[in-house]
Design a protein around this ligand. Sequence first.
Ligand SMILES: [Zn+2]
Length: 58
Amino acid sequence: MRGVKKENLPTKICIVCKRPFAWRKKWERHWDEVKYCSDACRGKKAAPNLTTKARRHE
Ligand SMILES: [Zn+2]
């Protein structure tokens, strides 16, 4: 990463926690598709169908 400063990395907003996160090497091949800052957020991703089903049982 010679010559690449951290502040020059592209960033996105995580759709789960709404926090900005920076480009990571592991995402270099699919950065356009990355929506979550971490695996934890990916696991918590918004699931409207599941939420609807859960509410029906209440
Ligand atoms: Zn997140």
